[in-house]
Design a protein around this ligand. Sequence first.
Ligand code: NDP
Length: 283
Amino acid sequence: MIIDGKSIAADIRQEIKSQVDEFTKKTNVKPGLAVILVGENPASLVYVSQKEKACDEVGIASLKVVLPESIPQEELEMKVEELNNEPAIHGILVQLPLPDHLDEKKIIEKISPEKDVDGFHPVNVGRLVVGEETFVPCTPQGVIELIERSNIEIEGKRAVVVGRSNIVGKPVALLLLQKNATVTICHTRTRNLPEITNQAEILIAAAGKPHLIKADMVKDGACVIDVGINRVDGKLVGDVDFEEVEKKAIVTPVPGGVGPMTVVMLLKNTLQAAKWIVEGEKK
Ligand code: NDP
């Protein structure tokens, strides 16, 4: 079976659109997302325009802040501060990666945790770890939605995450744990990876290595979520050997799996930010 991320994402987008309409009618406020883009990284330009388009489709106002590649650290920090204080903006996102002379960590820490819709600020990471309500990073949140909306139970399952980055691997593992899976995290120093992945009823591949996960590393009937995006000979491929694994497991394709979910989760987080700021709903 194939999990169709594109169609699940389209359903969620519709749901968000009606929630945004309802919120705007009730409060007279349009949720607003500021996306800061420094320089002209071609991939970043594409991602930012996808985000703008997605906002537009659901009734979220987007503000693209384009800054020169050479911008000094202090000026970028001032820009973030300005947006922190801008009442029409409820979510702030800094498109990564930033040029080398800029300190990414410091910039993220400048974003008000209440507007940090990417969920990368250490305060929000901490809230996630202790299980408080917070902004959950978009890709990991998309992974969980894909599993749940495919009616796959997480509780009690043996879950294996391949990858331990702060953006994907660690938060996915935390979310699975919160949902009561028994979680193992693998990385480059893991010994005998196939032995561990073979035990997984839910397997998350987030290594950024094309076709790392072969069919003989996957348990029959497992749910395999492929987060990887790799370009091989001009073609996008995941971390999973899709053709072979598809024969024995439930799997997400690349493209059309996790990718479309990430942008939709950003919309969800932006609406959440607006609700928390305007209605003070947060516990
Ligand atoms: P990172 O490079 O930051 O992390 C990769 C992780 O995988 C590391 O923890 C690394 O281990 C581990 N790893 C690498 N090779 C192996 C291996 N052979 N065996 C076991 N573990 C391995 O990547 P990200 O987490 O940022 O992204 C992962 C993938 O997901 C990439 O392909 C990226 O493009 C994609 N991605 C997709 C998104 C989407 O929207 N679909 C969003 C974000 C990312 P170690 O820590 O030991 O180095």
